[in-house]
Design a protein around this ligand. Structure first.
Ligand code: ZN
Length: 196
């Protein structure tokens, strides 16, 4: 086994990890203000294997400048034709598997801010610039609202926005998607982001 940080391939439907997935770092002593030894820190570093399952096309699409949603195409379902973004694998009304639909153009032409929240307090490993401008984005013909991050400007109720994508060096996470006000210049976008 090498010292390389772990990577995974899937061959014949089986996960094949290679490299190291657990790293131990040196402990440091914990002492009180008088110098009395009380314990140690135990630094540990692990690599999680996170399968996206049927949501994988959504995350791959972001790096390709595409926003994918899903639609119920079951003619026996009272909610047939409902489009879901965020990506729902199964229809919540009939529980049948949805069809993947590309809503990039709908997003570019109809997305607007339903409501928003600005926060200075973040969770662990936050990588977004503070204050974070969370926007709840609404689309025409879509029955759900998508939480996102406004990368440029200040949010307003009803503000028209367009998606931007981290196409240069995708992370394959939701961080590859952000929003900017309609009319934003490409030069203002965060590094690595394009209009797709
Ligand atoms: Zn349905």
């Amino acid at each position: 086994m090498s010292d390389e940080r772990g990577t995974v391939k899937v061959i014949n439907g089986k996960y094949k990890p290679s490299g190291k997935f657990h790293f131990i770092n040196p402990s440091t002593p914990i002492r009180d203000e008088h110098g009395t030894f009380l314990g140690v820190t135990n630094p540990r570093d692990i690599v999680h294997i996170h399968s996206y399952g049927s949501e994988a096309p959504f995350f791959e699409g972001l790096g390709q400048g595409k926003l994918l949603g899903t639609r119920c195409d079951n003619s026996d379902c009272p909610a047939q034709g409902s489009v879901f973004v965020p990506f729902r694998i199964h229809c919540p009304d009939c529980l049948k598997k949805n069809t993947i639909v590309d809503i990039t153009e709908i997003a570019k032409t109809t997305a607007h801010v339903h409501t928003f929240m600005i926060t200075e307090r973040t969770g662990a490993f936050n990588t977004l610039p503070k204050p974070i401008r969370f926007v709840n984005v609404e689309f025409e013909g879509v029955c759900t609202i998508l939480m996102g991050n406004l990368a440029v400007g200040k949010p307003n109720m009803g503000m028209k926005v367009v998606p931007i994508f981290q196409t240069a060096n995708p992370s394959y996470t939701i961080l590859d998607l952000a929003w900017v006000p309609v009319g934003t210049d490409e030069a203002e976008l965060p590094e690595g982001f394009t209009f797709g």
